[in-house]
Design a protein around this ligand. Structure first.
Ligand SMILES: Nc1ncnc2c1ncn2[C@@H]1O[C@H](COP(=O)(O)OP(=O)(O)OP(=O)(O)O)[C@@H](O)[C@H]1O
Ligand SMILES: [Mg+2]
Length: 257
């Protein structure tokens, strides 16, 4: 049995794909068998930070249309052979194919320790299919107002569907106060916080997610977030960089599921 975790947001461009790639890399580095599914139908992009674009021959829609088996679409990471990618489709996916998506999750459930689904932004049908088969949902939000409003709406929808557990990953913060404000506003368990960091963009563009590089601060932070996720220990203090230490050590934050 795998843990199926969807990474979603509501607003686009807040870092879902980056978070999926980096948590996936971090879990694979710990030895887990990990499958990353690009469910951003119509806009394939999870292959880019993973540096796997040139290796894609078939994609998820070929499988959902039953043109090939699951093994045919999976792309293995170059160095982490226990990290697999299911490439997204550049085509829009039909309703019937969406139903096959849930069947696919059932088929591969026994093959992996973790299945991470990179959700599309917005609240269209693709979003609902991406969360439908998930055991857990990570909501990514940046500190800007529209991202928070959309995250709040997504939390409301997921709670109304009894989708649990939910956790929040704050991405792209610049000041501690921003994380504080988000936690007060959204009142949700926090998985971690990643600062705004140009190294993350550079790593994505090179096809080597920052989590592969333990000498870079955000790389270490992604590894710690994945470690907490793997242990289900959300009650640990988040290890933020030194300029953030006071914030998390001096506050009684709600960090556990
Ligand atoms: N913490 C960060 N600091 C700086 N840049 C970041 C950070 N996280 C992500 N980015 C950059 O922001 C951009 C959007 O990130 P990403 O593609 O992961 O977002 P997304 O939510 O998946 O977008 P979409 O909704 O379009 O799928 C990318 O250029 C990425 O490199
Ligand atoms: Mg994305």
């Amino acid at each position: 049995m795998s843990r199926i975790i969807t990474i979603t947001s509501g607003k686009g461009g807040v870092g879902k794909t980056t978070v999926t790639a980096n948590i996936g890399i971090s879990l694979a580095l710990k030895g887990y068998k990990v499958c990353l599914i690009d469910a951003d139908f119509g806009l394939r992009n999870l292959d880019i930070p993973l540096g796997l674009s040139n290796r894609i021959i078939l994609d998820i829609s070929d499988y959902l249309q039953k043109l090939c088996s699951f093994n045919h679409i999976v792309v293995k990471h170059r160095t982490l052979k226990n990290l697999h990618l299911v490439p997204g489709s550049k085509k829009q996916v039909t309703e019937v194919e969406f139903l096959s998506f849930v069947e696919m999750l059932q088929e591969i459930d026994s093959l992996y320790d973790f299945i991470l689904i990179d959700s599309p932004s917005g609240l269209e049908s693709g979003f609902f299919y991406a969360i439908n088969g998930a055991d857990e949902v990570i909501i990514v939000a940046t500190p800007d107002k529209t991202a928070l409003q959309d995250a709040d709406r997504v939390i409301g929808i997921l709670e109304s569907q009894n989708k649990q557990p939910l956790s929040l990953l704050v991405n792209g913060y610049k000041h501690n106060q921003e994380v504080d404000n988000i936690l007060q506003l959204l009142n949700i368990n926090i998985l971690g916080a990643i600062p705004s960091d140009a190294d993350i963009i550079a790593a994505n563009n090179k096809g080597n997610p920052i989590a592969l590089n333990p000498s870079l601060q955000s790389g270490v932070m992604f590894r710690k977030i994945a470690s907490n996720l793997s242990k289900h220990h959300y009650n640990q203090r988040i290890d933020l960089p030194s300029y953030n230490q006071n914030f998390f050590t001096h506050r009684n934050l709600k960090l556990s599921f």
